[in-house]
Design a protein around this ligand. Sequence first.
Ligand SMILES: [Cu+2]
Length: 830
Amino acid sequence: MSALHHHRALTAIWGSPRGWRGTLVSVNHSDIGKRFILAAFAFFAIGGVLAMLIRAQLATPDSAFVGPAIYNQLFTMHGSIMMFLFAIPMFEGLALYLLPKMLGSRDMAFPRLSAYGWWCYLFGGSILIAALVLGIAPDGGWFMYTPLSSKAYTPGINADVWLLGITFVEISAMAASIEICVSVLKLRAPGMRLDRMPLFAWYLLITAIMMIVAFPPLILGSILLELERVFGWPFFDPAHGGSPLLWQHLFWLFGHPEVYIIFLPAAGVVSTALPVMARTPILGYGAIVAALIALAFLSFGLWVHHMFTTGIPHMALGFFSAASALVAVPTALQIFAWIGTLWNGRPELKLPMLYLLGFFLVFVLGGLTGVMLAMVPFDGQAHDSYFVVAHLHYVLVGGFIFPMLAGAYYWLPHFSGRARVPRLGEAAFWMILIGFNLTFFLMHLTGLLGMPRRIYSYTDDMGWTWLNLLSSVGSFVMAFGFALFALDVGLQIFLARRSPRNPWRAGTLEWAMPIPAPSYNFASQPEVADREPLSNDPALALKLARGEGYLAQARHGWRETMAVDSSSGAIDHVVILPGNSRLPIVTAAVTGCFFLSVLLGYYWLAMVPVVGVIALGWRWAWVLGSRADVGLVAIGKGRTAPIHREVAGAPAWWGSMFLLVADAVLLASLLFGYAFLWVVAPNWPPPQTIDGGFGIGIVTALAGVAAMLLARRSESAGRTGSLVIAARLAIAAVCAQAAVIVGLLVIGFSSVPAPDSHAYAAVAWILLAYGVLHALIALLCTAFLRVRIGAGYVSVARCQEFAVARLFSDYAAMVVLILLLCLFGPGIVL
Ligand SMILES: [Cu+2]
């Protein structure tokens, strides 16, 4: 077959239909990735306009440009948009677009999940922007501190918009993080050992793992606060055994790692583009990976430095202060690796390099003020002043926006297939750099002169007038710079001449394909023997296009890509990915209906979309699979491999594992909250704890363990081909899970005090609800398995669905035991 024929055959399999229908059903990672990036830039522009309004208000003393009510919405939405609708989605978009290309793969592990995440992000972001237009946007600051954000002080819908809208958007972050982990670990080109991965993949992997651990506390906090606002469950109300500080802990357990979650992908861009610009391999690959892992660990031990002024014990202050300063070590290691790389090479001062130098300057300054703020006595003075505003913008703009702009220019030829228009980009760079430093460097001084953050006006006699005016002038210079950047990018995409392939002479695999990239990325997949396959074999792209790699055939309409052993990179199996589908957009729309009904106060109506999501989830899993065994398939180069349905450890299993890790972090955060309230909150011990129900508790625990054992027995029966027995055991497991649900509900309604009476009762009810939910999920998994056995989707070879169902039953059993221990334990001990 000629290369053109082959291209047409692969495009027929991997491409999306033209027009609107194609837009709605596409699950291709390049499409979804580009949309994420485009939408993130649009939200960045909106957030930027809000910043302009803020600076216009603060430019002069006693300004009456906007009133305090609008001003509160402006800064809250500016922060929330930049964090949740720009930075994280921008990273998701970059990861979705680039990761498979850099790993030598054809798509991400769960294409429909990428699409679902995209629609959740778009719909959730739209809810927030709609609220802004309607004047009911969140106004309690981007970290939504209680009690300001509780019903008593924010009676309107504003805080609910934040809690529900952001949680909706976070679905996309969770989806992306799970998908990135599995894709990096499994869907690489054959031969790509872990230590041969491009550094960028390491950065994304570590970031995704951090997201799996960092986002659940925020999601939990949002759920608890929404429950308090709507039903009066007093988690954060000290009069009823709650504590406002619990919110701060949950928020910063997320919020501090969030800073690194934003910084690491950007640092990944630096580590990718910098060596190419310097024409030398990166210095200290292994040391950088070690620094990343150290940074990830450290970042979870620092959250309290945002709370130094809340009355923390002195011991803890010392610990968190030292840990915060310690972060400078792995960060500095990376910076030295970059400087060493520049030293080794012959840097070319092209536009991406300019932005990288801007990054060095701005980010290092931000890091230095960070070490200053890590010192408790200094923080006591500077806390909540403009000094902190200056610090965080130096870190975030320096650590994210400058590298991302470098990345934008670096990969733009890849997106557009076109070369750059000269000059305009340089002018934009200087305007952004000068405007930024004028705006934010002066804020250090404004802060040291005592200006608190978030005030909407000040009087002339405070001595802040000139500094504020200059900051505002600088911000407008910076805004013009960004407008020029947008113009430049537009010109390049629509008007510039065609770019040669691999214009930077880079060594990583994303350049081993035609640009703009075809929907299937690689006409055949490469065999990788080192870190920069393209440097050592400049003809690689041509060879792959001629079909000299793996999976060169287009057969049965399958979207095929190779899966490897996660560490050695040896060929493991062939994954057949699902194709275009309406399911992601429909499921996201139904999910959106849930959030909207809760937001508008139709709590019972919200049950309808919940049932809808369950039904769609069932359908989602149902359409995969096959009723016949396929056996080994040819993969090219005379080799064969099994397909993913017929192996253990397929991507679905890995995805379930990572999902359960996130879920376990959510549970751990809840248990942390329980322990925290018990130890720290006023009004404990509770006036009334669980009353009786011990016997039912024992029966429920036994039912949970029985359900787990039955699911396991069902699996072993299935693996030996006794499908009739496996089906019966699955039914028995379903019944046992149903008994667990009934048992938990009986305990709740007969023995636990009303949830609005005390934080203890509220926590007990949340634990019960968590248990019921997980018993229900395990029940649905086993029921699904039973129906699949009946429909012929399971055989001795095709039995990985058993393994997934078993994971969820195991987890459900663990949950039941933990929650019953938490409910009855204190009664036994005290
Ligand atoms: Cu922090």
